[in-house]
Design a protein around this ligand. Structure first.
Ligand SMILES: Nc1nc2c(c(=O)[nH]1)N[C@H]1C(S)=C(S)[C@@H](COP(=O)(O)O)O[C@H]1N2
Ligand SMILES: [Mo]
Length: 160
């Protein structure tokens, strides 16, 4: 069975892009073939939904950290303290959005193996778009599906 988000090379797959913006050397539109070119990881997760209870799923996809690091966040990679200001906002097509800190997914800090999943239980995720997967979360609310945009921010608004 084809494990990709939508059959390779189809118009449906080609139409799926994530806008990646913010304090990055290379703001980009991420296509599914580009996301598939990163090492693919598997996460078997259990999360609790306030309305539907306990959910068990298997997701595969690239690490969010690999994808964002490749876009060149504007910090000095050699200085760990420089990364601590950075926030990551992930938005779904329905407007649902969640924040992560850079440190949460950074291998030198929280090391959370967060995925931008391309498959859910062997098929496509909802809306045939990537889904954010946070194995460290007990609750499912940050598992943003239908990911449409990711913004990386290196400044805390209102702070000098
Ligand atoms: N885009 C989007 N993603 C979303 C949500 C949503 O409302 N919109 N709900 C979240 C919540 S509350 C849960 S528990 C998980 C799993 O939802 P499901 O059980 O309906 O699949 O999806 C999350 N992802
Ligand atoms: Mo939920």
């Amino acid at each position: 069975m084809d494990q990709s988000l939508a059959p390779l090379g189809t118009a449906a797959e080609a139409a799926v892009e994530i806008a990646l913006t913010g304090d990055l050397a290379g703001p980009a539109r991420l296509s599914v073939p580009r996301l598939r070119a990163y090492p693919q990881h598997t996460a078997r997760v259990v999360f609790d939904c306030a309305t539907s209870g306990s959910r068990h799923h298997t997701f595969t996809g690239p690490l969010l950290h690999d994808v964002l690091a490749a876009a060149g966040p504007r910090f000095d990679p050699a200085r760990r303290k420089d990364r601590l200001r950075f926030l990551i906002a992930v938005r779904g097509a329905d407007g649902h959005h969640a924040l992560l800190s850079w440190a949460e997914i950074d291998p030198d800090f929280g090391r959370a193996p967060v995925l931008l999943a391309l498959t859910l239980d062997g098929g496509p995720p909802p809306a045939a778009r990537p889904q954010l997967v946070l194995p460290q979360d007990r609750c499912g609310a940050r598992y943003v599906s239908g990911v449409e945009a990711i913004r990386v921010d290196g400044g805390y608004p209102g702070w000098p």
